[in-house]
Design a protein around this ligand. Structure first.
Ligand SMILES: [Zn+2]
Length: 301
Protein backbone atom coordinates (compact mmCIF):
# COMPACT_ATOMS: atom_id res chain seq x y z
CA UNK A 1 0.00 0.00 0.00
CA UNK A 2 2.64 2.48 1.11
CA UNK A 3 4.99 1.30 -1.65
CA UNK A 4 2.37 1.84 -4.36
CA UNK A 5 1.76 5.35 -3.10
CA UNK A 6 5.43 6.21 -3.15
CA UNK A 7 5.94 4.78 -6.62
CA UNK A 8 3.16 7.05 -7.80
CA UNK A 9 4.98 9.96 -6.18
CA UNK A 10 8.22 9.09 -7.97
CA UNK A 11 6.44 8.64 -11.30
CA UNK A 12 4.87 12.05 -10.75
CA UNK A 13 8.25 13.80 -10.57
CA UNK A 14 8.14 16.06 -13.58
CA UNK A 15 11.34 16.98 -15.40
CA UNK A 16 11.12 20.49 -13.99
CA UNK A 17 11.29 19.12 -10.45
CA UNK A 18 14.48 17.25 -11.18
CA UNK A 19 17.02 20.01 -10.81
CA UNK A 20 20.27 18.86 -12.43
CA UNK A 21 18.76 15.71 -13.96
CA UNK A 22 21.14 12.79 -14.58
CA UNK A 23 23.59 13.41 -17.39
CA UNK A 24 22.71 12.10 -20.79
CA UNK A 25 26.29 11.13 -21.70
CA UNK A 26 27.30 7.79 -23.16
CA UNK A 27 27.22 4.74 -20.87
CA UNK A 28 30.65 3.20 -20.35
CA UNK A 29 31.39 -0.51 -20.78
CA UNK A 30 35.02 -1.42 -20.39
CA UNK A 31 36.59 -4.88 -20.48
CA UNK A 32 39.28 -4.69 -17.81
CA UNK A 33 41.05 -8.06 -18.05
CA UNK A 34 41.04 -10.96 -15.59
CA UNK A 35 37.37 -11.43 -16.52
CA UNK A 36 36.28 -8.08 -15.03
CA UNK A 37 33.95 -5.69 -16.84
CA UNK A 38 33.42 -2.11 -15.65
CA UNK A 39 30.15 -0.33 -16.40
CA UNK A 40 29.46 3.33 -15.52
CA UNK A 41 26.08 4.88 -16.30
CA UNK A 42 27.71 7.81 -18.14
CA UNK A 43 31.12 9.10 -19.18
CA UNK A 44 30.07 12.65 -18.31
CA UNK A 45 28.29 14.20 -15.34
CA UNK A 46 27.33 17.70 -14.33
CA UNK A 47 28.29 19.06 -10.90
CA UNK A 48 26.00 17.61 -8.20
CA UNK A 49 25.08 14.52 -10.25
CA UNK A 50 25.19 10.85 -9.44
CA UNK A 51 26.39 7.98 -11.66
CA UNK A 52 26.11 4.27 -10.96
CA UNK A 53 29.04 1.89 -11.29
CA UNK A 54 29.00 -1.88 -11.68
CA UNK A 55 31.92 -4.30 -11.85
CA UNK A 56 30.98 -7.78 -13.04
CA UNK A 57 32.98 -10.98 -13.27
CA UNK A 58 34.57 -10.78 -9.82
CA UNK A 59 35.42 -13.97 -8.01
CA UNK A 60 33.36 -14.52 -4.86
CA UNK A 61 35.91 -13.19 -2.39
CA UNK A 62 38.12 -11.19 -4.77
CA UNK A 63 39.32 -7.90 -3.30
CA UNK A 64 38.93 -4.99 -5.69
CA UNK A 65 39.61 -1.37 -4.77
CA UNK A 66 38.09 1.73 -6.36
CA UNK A 67 39.23 5.35 -6.50
CA UNK A 68 37.52 8.50 -7.76
CA UNK A 69 39.93 11.35 -8.44
CA UNK A 70 42.52 9.81 -6.12
CA UNK A 71 40.12 9.18 -3.24
CA UNK A 72 39.27 5.66 -2.14
CA UNK A 73 35.60 4.81 -2.82
CA UNK A 74 33.63 1.86 -1.41
CA UNK A 75 32.43 -1.02 -3.59
CA UNK A 76 29.86 -3.47 -2.25
CA UNK A 77 28.27 -6.81 -3.06
CA UNK A 78 24.53 -7.29 -2.63
CA UNK A 79 25.12 -10.85 -1.45
CA UNK A 80 28.45 -12.08 -0.03
CA UNK A 81 29.27 -14.43 -2.93
CA UNK A 82 28.00 -12.17 -5.74
CA UNK A 83 30.25 -11.76 -8.80
CA UNK A 84 29.01 -8.17 -9.21
CA UNK A 85 30.24 -5.20 -7.21
CA UNK A 86 28.37 -1.89 -7.02
CA UNK A 87 29.34 1.69 -6.33
CA UNK A 88 28.04 5.23 -6.75
CA UNK A 89 30.08 7.92 -8.44
CA UNK A 90 29.07 11.16 -6.80
CA UNK A 91 30.20 14.51 -8.26
CA UNK A 92 30.30 17.26 -5.65
CA UNK A 93 28.31 20.35 -6.61
CA UNK A 94 31.47 22.48 -6.44
CA UNK A 95 33.88 20.06 -8.17
CA UNK A 96 35.72 22.09 -10.81
CA UNK A 97 34.75 21.04 -14.35
CA UNK A 98 37.39 18.84 -16.01
CA UNK A 99 38.41 15.23 -16.57
CA UNK A 100 38.87 12.93 -13.59
CA UNK A 101 39.83 9.31 -13.28
CA UNK A 102 37.65 6.51 -11.91
CA UNK A 103 40.05 3.66 -11.17
CA UNK A 104 39.77 -0.01 -10.26
CA UNK A 105 42.70 -2.00 -8.94
CA UNK A 106 43.20 -5.60 -7.89
CA UNK A 107 45.91 -8.23 -7.61
CA UNK A 108 46.46 -10.08 -10.91
CA UNK A 109 47.07 -13.84 -11.20
CA UNK A 110 50.81 -13.29 -10.57
CA UNK A 111 50.03 -11.20 -7.50
CA UNK A 112 51.06 -7.92 -9.13
CA UNK A 113 48.63 -5.01 -9.02
CA UNK A 114 46.45 -4.46 -12.09
CA UNK A 115 44.67 -1.18 -12.83
CA UNK A 116 41.70 -0.36 -15.06
CA UNK A 117 40.63 3.26 -15.29
CA UNK A 118 38.06 5.40 -17.02
CA UNK A 119 38.07 9.18 -17.49
CA UNK A 120 34.86 10.93 -16.45
CA UNK A 121 34.17 14.46 -17.68
CA UNK A 122 32.64 16.80 -15.12
CA UNK A 123 30.64 19.66 -16.63
CA UNK A 124 29.54 22.84 -14.90
CA UNK A 125 26.06 22.60 -13.39
CA UNK A 126 23.47 25.18 -14.35
CA UNK A 127 22.68 26.82 -11.04
CA UNK A 128 20.86 30.08 -10.64
CA UNK A 129 21.63 32.69 -8.01
CA UNK A 130 19.08 33.67 -5.41
CA UNK A 131 18.99 36.66 -3.10
CA UNK A 132 17.37 36.14 0.28
CA UNK A 133 16.84 38.08 3.47
CA UNK A 134 17.39 36.14 6.68
CA UNK A 135 17.92 37.12 10.30
CA UNK A 136 21.22 38.93 10.52
CA UNK A 137 22.65 36.52 13.13
CA UNK A 138 22.76 33.90 10.31
CA UNK A 139 24.85 36.12 8.04
CA UNK A 140 27.01 37.84 10.66
CA UNK A 141 27.10 35.46 13.63
CA UNK A 142 28.66 36.81 16.82
CA UNK A 143 31.85 35.06 18.08
CA UNK A 144 29.89 32.61 20.21
CA UNK A 145 27.51 31.71 17.38
CA UNK A 146 30.50 31.40 15.05
CA UNK A 147 32.15 29.00 17.50
CA UNK A 148 28.98 26.90 17.60
CA UNK A 149 28.72 26.80 13.80
CA UNK A 150 32.35 25.67 13.56
CA UNK A 151 31.79 22.91 16.14
CA UNK A 152 28.74 21.74 14.11
CA UNK A 153 30.85 21.66 10.97
CA UNK A 154 33.52 19.59 12.67
CA UNK A 155 30.90 17.13 13.87
CA UNK A 156 29.45 16.79 10.36
CA UNK A 157 32.91 16.24 8.89
CA UNK A 158 33.58 13.42 11.38
CA UNK A 159 30.28 11.77 10.37
CA UNK A 160 31.01 12.00 6.65
CA UNK A 161 34.55 10.68 7.23
CA UNK A 162 33.00 7.45 8.52
CA UNK A 163 32.24 4.71 5.99
CA UNK A 164 30.14 1.95 7.56
CA UNK A 165 30.83 -1.21 5.52
CA UNK A 166 27.24 -2.41 5.57
CA UNK A 167 24.25 -2.15 3.20
CA UNK A 168 21.45 -0.82 5.44
CA UNK A 169 19.13 0.12 2.54
CA UNK A 170 16.64 -2.26 0.92
CA UNK A 171 15.61 -1.40 -2.64
CA UNK A 172 15.04 2.14 -3.81
CA UNK A 173 15.34 5.38 -1.88
CA UNK A 174 12.09 7.29 -1.50
CA UNK A 175 11.10 10.91 -1.06
CA UNK A 176 11.03 12.11 2.57
CA UNK A 177 7.53 13.64 2.45
CA UNK A 178 4.24 12.07 1.39
CA UNK A 179 2.36 13.88 -1.35
CA UNK A 180 5.06 16.53 -1.88
CA UNK A 181 6.82 15.72 -5.12
CA UNK A 182 8.44 19.01 -6.12
CA UNK A 183 11.75 19.88 -4.58
CA UNK A 184 13.94 22.74 -5.75
CA UNK A 185 16.91 25.04 -5.10
CA UNK A 186 19.65 22.38 -5.32
CA UNK A 187 23.04 23.95 -6.06
CA UNK A 188 21.75 27.52 -6.07
CA UNK A 189 24.42 30.09 -5.48
CA UNK A 190 23.17 32.37 -2.71
CA UNK A 191 23.42 35.97 -1.68
CA UNK A 192 22.11 36.43 1.85
CA UNK A 193 21.38 39.96 3.05
CA UNK A 194 23.60 41.16 0.19
CA UNK A 195 26.56 38.87 0.99
CA UNK A 196 27.71 35.88 -1.10
CA UNK A 197 27.47 32.62 0.84
CA UNK A 198 28.16 28.93 0.12
CA UNK A 199 25.85 27.23 -2.40
CA UNK A 200 22.64 25.51 -1.35
CA UNK A 201 23.57 21.86 -0.88
CA UNK A 202 20.13 20.28 -0.48
CA UNK A 203 16.70 20.11 -2.06
CA UNK A 204 13.95 22.23 -0.47
CA UNK A 205 10.40 20.89 -0.29
CA UNK A 206 7.59 23.25 0.59
CA UNK A 207 5.44 21.84 3.42
CA UNK A 208 3.48 23.11 6.39
CA UNK A 209 5.07 23.05 9.84
CA UNK A 210 4.20 19.78 11.58
CA UNK A 211 4.12 17.64 8.40
CA UNK A 212 5.72 14.23 9.17
CA UNK A 213 9.18 13.61 7.67
CA UNK A 214 10.12 10.05 6.69
CA UNK A 215 13.50 8.35 6.43
CA UNK A 216 14.33 8.00 2.73
CA UNK A 217 15.65 4.50 3.43
CA UNK A 218 16.67 2.26 6.28
CA UNK A 219 19.80 3.22 8.14
CA UNK A 220 21.35 4.25 11.39
CA UNK A 221 20.80 7.71 12.87
CA UNK A 222 24.23 9.39 12.89
CA UNK A 223 23.03 12.74 14.29
CA UNK A 224 19.77 14.02 15.81
CA UNK A 225 20.18 17.46 17.37
CA UNK A 226 19.93 21.20 16.94
CA UNK A 227 22.65 22.77 14.77
CA UNK A 228 23.22 26.50 14.32
CA UNK A 229 22.42 26.91 10.62
CA UNK A 230 20.32 23.82 9.86
CA UNK A 231 18.24 23.95 13.05
CA UNK A 232 16.84 20.64 14.29
CA UNK A 233 18.69 18.17 12.10
CA UNK A 234 18.70 14.41 11.51
CA UNK A 235 21.45 12.64 9.56
CA UNK A 236 20.99 8.99 8.58
CA UNK A 237 23.88 6.68 7.68
CA UNK A 238 22.65 4.26 5.00
CA UNK A 239 26.00 2.47 4.83
CA UNK A 240 28.96 2.60 2.41
CA UNK A 241 29.37 6.37 2.67
CA UNK A 242 25.75 7.25 1.77
CA UNK A 243 24.13 9.82 4.11
CA UNK A 244 20.82 11.70 3.97
CA UNK A 245 20.17 14.87 5.99
CA UNK A 246 16.84 16.41 7.08
CA UNK A 247 17.00 20.00 8.34
CA UNK A 248 14.94 22.80 9.93
CA UNK A 249 12.64 20.29 11.71
CA UNK A 250 10.21 21.56 14.35
CA UNK A 251 10.58 18.28 16.19
CA UNK A 252 13.03 15.34 16.11
CA UNK A 253 11.55 11.89 16.80
CA UNK A 254 14.73 9.76 16.77
CA UNK A 255 18.02 9.58 18.69
CA UNK A 256 21.61 9.21 17.48
CA UNK A 257 22.41 5.50 17.26
CA UNK A 258 18.81 4.42 16.50
CA UNK A 259 18.30 1.94 13.68
CA UNK A 260 15.48 3.21 11.44
CA UNK A 261 13.46 1.45 8.78
CA UNK A 262 12.74 3.05 5.41
CA UNK A 263 9.72 5.40 5.65
CA UNK A 264 9.96 5.58 9.47
CA UNK A 265 8.84 8.96 10.86
CA UNK A 266 11.98 10.78 12.03
CA UNK A 267 10.57 14.23 12.79
CA UNK A 268 8.29 17.03 11.62
CA UNK A 269 8.71 19.90 9.17
CA UNK A 270 9.61 23.19 10.84
CA UNK A 271 11.44 26.50 10.48
CA UNK A 272 14.38 26.14 12.88
CA UNK A 273 17.84 27.53 12.01
CA UNK A 274 18.56 29.76 9.02
CA UNK A 275 15.28 29.81 7.09
CA UNK A 276 12.78 32.17 5.54
CA UNK A 277 9.82 29.93 6.48
CA UNK A 278 8.79 26.32 7.15
CA UNK A 279 10.06 23.75 4.64
CA UNK A 280 12.08 20.53 4.57
CA UNK A 281 15.70 20.76 3.48
CA UNK A 282 16.84 17.33 2.28
CA UNK A 283 20.50 16.63 1.61
CA UNK A 284 22.43 13.70 0.17
CA UNK A 285 26.16 13.24 0.73
CA UNK A 286 28.01 10.30 -0.79
CA UNK A 287 31.74 9.80 -0.19
CA UNK A 288 31.87 13.47 0.95
CA UNK A 289 30.32 14.70 -2.33
CA UNK A 290 27.18 16.82 -1.98
CA UNK A 291 24.80 15.66 -4.69
CA UNK A 292 21.21 16.24 -5.75
CA UNK A 293 19.13 14.04 -3.43
CA UNK A 294 16.34 13.71 -6.03
CA UNK A 295 18.68 11.58 -8.12
CA UNK A 296 18.85 8.76 -5.62
CA UNK A 297 15.09 8.15 -5.81
CA UNK A 298 15.52 7.61 -9.55
CA UNK A 299 18.10 4.86 -9.30
CA UNK A 300 18.95 1.90 -7.16
CA UNK A 301 22.28 2.40 -5.38
ZN1 LIG B 1 17.49 24.33 2.09
Amino acid sequence: MKRIGLLAVIAGLGASAVVGAPSMGTPVKKVCGDGLTLRISSSTAAQGNLLTVEVSGAKGNQEIAAEWDGRSIPLWRETPASATLHSLLAVDLEKPPGKYEWKLSWAGPDGNPVVCSQAITVRAGKFSTERLSVENQYVQPDPEQQKRAEADQKKMRAIYDTVTPEVFWKGKFELPLKGVTKGSNFGRRRVLNGEARSPHTGVDFPAAAGTPVYAAQAGKVALAENLYYSGNTVVIDHGYGIYTLYAHLSEIDVHAGDAVEGAAVIGKVGATGRVTGPHLHWGLTIDHARVNALQIVQRRP
